[in-house]
Write a protein that binds this ligand. Sequence first.
Ligand code: ADP
Ligand code: MG
Length: 259
Amino acid sequence: MTTTLAIANQKGGVAKTTTVASLGAALAELGHRVLLVDLDPQACLTFSLGIDPEDLELSVHQVLTRGLAPSEAMVTTEDGMDLLPATIELARAEADLLMRTGREQVLRGVLEDLDTDYDWVLLDCPPSLGVLTVAALTAADGVLIPLQCETLSHRGVGQLLDTVHDVRRFTNRGLEVWGVLPTLYDGRTNHARTVLETTSDTYDLQVVEPPIPKTIKFAEAPAAGRSILATNRGNKGAQAYREVAVGLAARAGRAAQGA
Ligand code: ADP
Ligand code: MG
């Protein structure tokens, strides 16, 4: 059974892309078959996993807008995950899909027709609540919200949850919020802890543990074209993502048993 998770937060710089790459690598380490989908025209996920978007002729854009078979655009990363890469062309997807009936369903349809049985599909959402994010939420079983615990972070979460609510009503009844994942976390400060508590209390959200600590190594990994799990195996951030992956796998296992 495949578990599809959208990693979403319309705020930029909260570690969505880092989370997709690192969790993907951690799940692959556990022996799971993992597909990552880059849904951000900035193509940071694609680039950070060692693929130069400028070298690509085919990408997720043609898959979503022109019915290209995903296998035609798919690449395998050195970290072991498959990737449906993005290029800047994806910036046009919003416009290209605008007049299309059922555009919210386009990604779901693509994923349903995949030939490979993945255990996980992780969707790296762009920093907006536009068509691509809605398509990701429509295709997903769950949404994981990376949260940088600083002042006003919670405001964006409210808007995202409004969108989740609409998606549940109109396009994907089964969408579940898996919780907030504290990222870039400095647990030494009361401030970070307070923001986290306020956010989870206000919106009744589960906090996915452990928090991902802030560490400089994350900034270095993308330049190497590998996830931090490969570049800094023993790093505390890499280790935190491994622990989160184990928790997510347990949750997916419970869901598969029909709990
Ligand atoms: P988003 O996809 O939400 O825009 P990114 O994953 O691109 O966010 O992360 C934004 C920046 O923060 C990147 O430069 C990334 O390397 C850095 N970063 C992510 N997670 C951490 C962390 N735990 N510690 C330090 N820097 C991080
Ligand atoms: Mg990103």
